[in-house]
Design a protein around this ligand. Sequence first.
Ligand code: MN
Length: 137
Amino acid sequence: MGVIRPRTAEGWAEVPVETYKDEPGTWMHVSRRVLFDSEASAFQARVFEVAPGGYTSYERHSHEHFVLVLSGSGLATVGGERREVGPGDVVAVHSGQAHQFENPGDAPFVILCVVDRDRDRPELLGANPLATPETRR
Ligand code: MN
């Protein structure tokens, strides 16, 4: 069964916004919307919004990520590289690669992230050695 899910002013029809409870040093100011999740599919598609000053956890896991930046800009760390990314940019995270997304800016940083539906849990790696303290608020 396919899905056609209209975009609405608030987000997407019938998709709740899950706000992550802030855990400083792990993730901050991050919300998640699961855009697509079906027992009939091998993948899931989620949209993460990282608010200004926020960041996702610095982590690694066996499953992969395909990420497309939807709006705003931020910093992506993957494979020992940390670079600014903006709308339309793609970030691919291979199995086992440490990664993190940070938003040092003043506007929401919004990314689409596609993952295996059945996946291993992330291993949290603590502080990103490539991140600088001034990007943390
Ligand atoms: Mn991850």
